[in-house]
Design a protein. Structure first.
Length: 420
């Protein structure tokens, strides 16, 4: 079965013509518009209008295809090939977030860090190392596929854990990053080392999933995702590689990160009770906000950190979806979460998709789908962000990650209704 046949079959169960057309466009967006294949090369998946591959985005862009990998050879080949390329990227430089298809020196080669021609950008982000592991684990658990678990994949897991352990004590890290003549969100202070941090058990991150610099070094949602992924690595190490020492390493690191989250990341809020902070530094610094990019606080149940009914998550969700969150915007066209990465008063479709995917009831999920349909600016695609009062004012017309999340949200609703 071909992927476009799957898209049309699912769309056939949707009664609304606009939604059916949007679903097909968004479902196929990654496969039709971002996958670059060359003879004797693994697939290269660009983000859309930027000709580079992010470990995070490329994983998220294909995640909604996993359930079809068993019956669709082109999907299986795409995901397994992408994972092989991602593993090679991690082994090349685990601190890099974005890569070139070939080592042609494209991207931010003038940054003051250990660049090389194969890297587009070297902003260290915890989630960049989480996503490929989560993708590989999901292929195993959903489709029973084990081909991705090569010796190189095992080496990549060891590399990831080594980096995360090193970054628990960032003062011992060799990583620095500086960019000249740029906004402060694109570079790290203190000669590229970032703001001071104390030991917490969590692991340090230079940048957020938005590619913006962290204000404080311990990015809580990304540490949550790392804890989830370390659970996957423990299971893979024990069940696939029969490597109890590596499994024990993953278990220990996971417990240290979870203890750090419990001790430093939960704060008392006068209005919302106990909530999770977005960033902390272990020295008393706490940042209360949320960003549309995933992993986010809103997305905790989506990436498996907790259930949607968890009390602290529910408190945090109410905070995130309120004016207490400095990046929550309300206008005449939409209400939702934006990002300091984009202009003020811009909401991200990604955050609206996550709100629907983490909703406790199908009514809220359905409302998010309807909102996303009304704010597509007539394009039948998602965008990076749009103005709360005028959806025709938007950023990034070609942004495959958001398209994939919209397709996933629609399928979640159709699953619940028993239509697919």
């Amino acid at each position: 079965m071909k992927l476009n046949d799957i898209a049309r079959r699912i769309a056939g169960s949707i009664s609304d013509p606009h939604l059916a057309a949007m679903f097909v466009q968004c479902f196929m967006s990654t496969f039709d518009t971002t996958v670059i294949t060359r003879p004797d090369e693994e697939p290269f998946v660009i983000t859309g209008d930027i000709p580079a591959m992010w470990l995070r985005d490329s994983s998220a862009q294909v995640y909604h295809y996993i359930r079809f990998a068993r019956d669709c050879p082109e999907v299986r080949a795409l995901i397994l090939g992408l994972l092989r390329r991602q593993v090679n990227c991690i082994l090349l430089d685990p601190y890099a977030n974005a890569f070139n298809r070939i080592a042609d020196g494209q991207g931010h080669q003038d940054d003051h860090t250990a660049m090389n021609p194969a890297l587009w950008e070297r902003k260290y982000e915890i989630d960049s190392l989480c996503y490929p592991i989560a993708l590989a684990w999901s292929m195993w658990k959903s489709e029973g596929c084990k081909e991705q678990f090569t010796s190189d994949f095992c080496d990549a897991m060891r590399t990831i854990m080594s980096v995360w352990e090193r970054e628990q004590n960032h003062q011992n890290s060799p990583y620095t990053f500086e960019r000249r003549s740029c906004p402060s969100t694109d570079t790290l202070p203190r000669q590229g080392r970032g703001a001071p941090v104390g030991y917490t058990g969590m692991t340090w991150s230079g940048f957020r999933p938005s590619d913006d610099a962290c204000r404080y070094g311990y990015l809580v949602p990304s540490n949550m995702f790392a804890a989830v992924v370390l659970g996957y690595m423990e299971e893979i190490a024990a069940g696939i590689y029969e490597a109890p020492e590596m499994a024990g390493q993953a278990k220990k690191l996971r417990s240290e990160i979870l203890a750090g989250i419990e001790r430093y990341a939960i704060v008392e809020h006068g209005e919302f009770d106990r909530i999770y902070a977005y960033e902390v530094d272990g020295l008393g610094g706490v940042l209360l906000m949320d960003d549309a990019n995933v992993p986010s606080l809103l997305a905790m149940p989506y990436f498996g950190f907790c259930g949607a009914d968890d009390p602290v998550y529910q408190n945090t969700r109410r905070f995130v979806l309120s004016r207490a969150n400095p990046y929550f915007y309300a206008g005449s066209a939409a209400v939702g979460v934006g990002s300091p990465h984009t202009p003020r008063w811009h909401i991200w479709p990604i955050s609206l998709c996550i709100q629907g995917l983490t909703a406790s009831d199908s009514g809220e999920r359905h409302r998010m789908i309807e909102l996303l349909m009304r704010t597509d600016a007539g394009t039948e695609y998602m965008h990076e962000s749009f103005h709360v009062n005028d959806p025709t004012v938007f950023t990034r017309p070609w942004f495959a990650w958001a398209n994939s999340l919209f397709a996933e949200l629609v399928m979640r609703q159709l699953d619940e209704e028993g239509r697919i």
